[in-house]
Design a binder for this molecule. Sequence first.
Ligand SMILES: Cc1cc2nc3c(=O)[nH]c(=O)nc-3n(C[C@H](O)[C@H](O)[C@H](O)COP(=O)(O)OP(=O)(O)OC[C@H]3O[C@@H](n4cnc5c(N)ncnc54)[C@H](O)[C@@H]3O)c2cc1C
Length: 354
Amino acid sequence: MKKLVILGGGYGGMRILQKVLPELPEDVSVILVDRVPYHCLKTEYYALAAGTISDQHVRVSFPEHPKLSIIYDEVKSVDLEKNLVLLGDEKELSYHDLIIGLGCEDKYHNVPGADQYTCSIQSIENSRSTYQKLNNLSPGSTVAIVGAGLSGVELASELSESRKDLNIKLFDRGNHILSSFPERLSTYVENWFDTHQVEIINNANITRVEENTIYNHDEPVAADVIVWTAGIQASKIVRDLPGEHDGMGRAIISERHHLPQYENVFILGDCASLPHAPSAQLAEGQAEQIVQVLVCRWKGQEPPVSFPQIKLKGILGSLGKKHGFGLLADRAITGRVARLLKSGILWMYKYHNG
Ligand SMILES: Cc1cc2nc3c(=O)[nH]c(=O)nc-3n(C[C@H](O)[C@H](O)[C@H](O)COP(=O)(O)OP(=O)(O)OC[C@H]3O[C@@H](n4cnc5c(N)ncnc54)[C@H](O)[C@@H]3O)c2cc1C
């Protein structure tokens, strides 16, 4: 029996399972490895950390299938030469084909103290501990959020609705927050923050972090909790693989999504160097192409040499529970419609995967 091993049951890993299980030949079985016993909806971690949804709300069960087995363990490393995955307690798992979709981690840009003194929303474990810190704060405490991209903005707005008693400061490098969005959207979101008493500090440069102190251009600012949302990089397992990586530590891959030297090792989602910003949609689109390659090979056919660009439908962000913003087919949308659409997409996702 040949083994297809999937590392990571995130958005990419789930889409692989959904597409590959109905196509499995007799002589192939699938093993999924994840440290968490369910698929976690990472796009909702901001709300988990802010305390506005329960832990159960971000969980989706993994599928059940006679040819799927699931190992709940920590992936420690991959030995590409020996076709082996190293798990906790030095256990080894061999593979014929391997898909690595272990997601990403915070990137601290060498800011001293940032890894030690800031909270994170990049993993379920970290989001839970951030939730505890934020929600145990006494009234009038200050929360500093570093980075006003999508996740920083969603966290700041959700927290401002859930804890009106806190002083929230949102530090961002640019002249405008949400620098990758059109200015009209940034201005809409800035106005929302204005009316919800979230302080935006533009043109920030965080030079150091200490316990309860953040240094902006070397000037100390006191904060009871500091949350880092200022950059990501691929999982360390992928950063440590031999071969080329991009500036985010994502592995450079071939047109067929495998490592250039290893046709049986595919890199998926936030771990893969793709010509778009990492997103759940991108991970899912890429997963579908990887399954096409595998299925062709299992049938003894030549997989396509290249694939069309993965089509992304757009991006939606929330501003608390009632407002939102987004870009759909390059059209900017704001307000309640954007928020309703975002909730609808989440509902559909859970409906189709639950
Ligand atoms: C607050 C926030 C909001 C976001 N909003 C959006 C959005 O609106 N739209 C959008 O498209 N994207 C959004 N994203 C980005 C999106 O969540 C990621 O791009 C997406 O999760 C990537 O999917 P993935 O399959 O590559 O990895 P993930 O979904 O992160 O899955 C990785 C899996 O690997 C497991 N894992 C990791 N390391 C190990 C290990 N060493 N051992 C065992 N298991 C391990 C994890 O438990 C996890 O199950 C958001 C992200 C955040 C943080």
